[in-house]
Design a protein around this ligand. Structure first.
Ligand code: UDP
Ligand code: MG
Length: 350
């Protein structure tokens, strides 16, 4: 499945490259490509429709009423893909589609989740630094199983997709949800290429939000840190106050200086505001979850092979398999496969 936002004409060439790679492996698997148009303001939808007219047997279209973001687009694609396993790949092909057959082989060998992990990336240095800081903080404080460079390009078994879909959270950190539902994963290193055309759709504020989603979704460390800072500053205040009283009693000194008081007030006030902000990040997400809004609204869809067309409002699909992973410790999940992939003669990789 491919999320598409503002990819323009470059999309035609990229999807053709993707299908050409998959066609070369016709003997091994059948596939469909689900293209989810995430409310692109440009001609992406026209390009998707053209691709579908050319090859209706393999290209499926889902189009949102507006832009909901890459993660809702991926969730919509996962819900509609019919295959026994699903590959998620970016429309700009910064991740090489030539790796898909290798990922498929790993799946055939019995691995439920195969991650392509970035060894290096040919992005701008700012993107590289931001990604390094983000993923190391996530790995250290929130999800220790998250690969160092994160992952955007992956293959998951149908059962993993269904587990993720069974528990769709608003503002979810998708990589975390996938690791949470997967148990052991296989990693294949690769080098990420530069964008072939167009501009990235992920703006800085979206990245910052996604970073906070990851933290809030997978750790309480920030709240714990707030309590620690509170305890430390309270302790410091008590010690200083004791010192002043002792000075007054034994030495008779009077401490003057409103400046020092002002500094203390400003610093403590600042720390408190930051802490309220951190709490707020948790609280608004809880509210968003309580509202139970749908993660996306589909305007129109036409899946490959004419499986389904039309339908104005479509919400996240009912899960097919509700077989949850063991909480927290995915390693000891004791999950069983719904179907052994290596016994499936013809599988989809969508
Ligand atoms: N994308 C999307 N909705 C958005 C932003 C991006 O569906 O609001 C898609 C985009 O078309 C691409 C993928 O998500 O297929 C990754 O986006 P991008 O290339 O902008 O991100 P980056 O390469 O910087 O991770
Ligand atoms: Mg990209």
């Amino acid at each position: 499945m491919v999320p598409v936002y503002r990819e323009g004409q470059g999309l035609l060439q990229n999807v053709r490259r993707l299908t050409a790679v998959l066609d070369r492996h016709k003997a091994n698997f059948r596939y469909e490509v689900v293209l989810v148009n995430d409310g692109s303001p440009d001609d992406s939808l026209q390009c998707i429709e053209k691709l579908q007219r050319d090859r209706p047997e393999v290209i499926g279209v889902v189009s949102f009423v507006r832009n909901f973001g890459q993660i809702p687009a991926i969730l919509a694609g996962m819900a509609r893909a019919k295959g026994d396993c699903i590959v998620v790949i970016s429309a700009d092909l910064q991740d090489p589609p030539e790796m898909i057959p290798l990922m498929f082989d790993k799946w055939c060998a019995g691995n439920r989740t195969v991650l392509a992990v970035r060894e290096g990336r040919k992005d701008k240095w700012t993107a590289r630094v931001a990604s390094r800081v983000f993923y190391s903080a996530m790995q250290r404080y929130a999800l220790s199983s998250l690969p160092r460079g994160g992952f955007d390009f992956f293959l998951i078994d149908r059962t993993v997709a269904d587990r993720v879909l069974a528990n769709v959270e608003p503002n979810c950190f998708l990589q975390g949800q996938i690791l949470y539902a997967s148990g052991p994963v296989v990693q294949i290193p690769y080098t990420r290429q530069d964008r072939s055309s167009g501009a990235p759709g992920w703006t800085l504020d979206r990245r910052v939000k996604y970073f906070i989603d990851g933290f809030v979704g997978h750790t309480f460390a920030p709240i714990r840190m707030m309590s620690m800072i509170g305890i430390l500053s309270l302790g410091a205040g008590i010690v200083l106050a004791g010192g002043l009283v002792a000075q007054g009693i034994f030495l008779g000194t009077r401490v003057a200086g409103w400046m020092s008081i002002l500094i203390a007030v400003l610093i403590l006030q600042g720390v408190q505001m930051v802490m309220i902000g951190v709490l707020g990040e948790y609280v608004w997400r809880a509210l968003d979850q309580a509202r139970n809004r749908v993660p996306y609204i589909v305007d129109y869809e036409a899946l490959a092979n004419g499986a389904k067309a039309g339908g104005a409002f479509e919400y996240a699909r009912e899960p097919r398999v509700v077989e949850m992973a063991a909480p927290l410790n995915g390693q000891a999940s004791g999950l069983k496969r719904a179907s052994a992939p290596n016994t499936t003669p013809a599988a989809f990789a969508g």
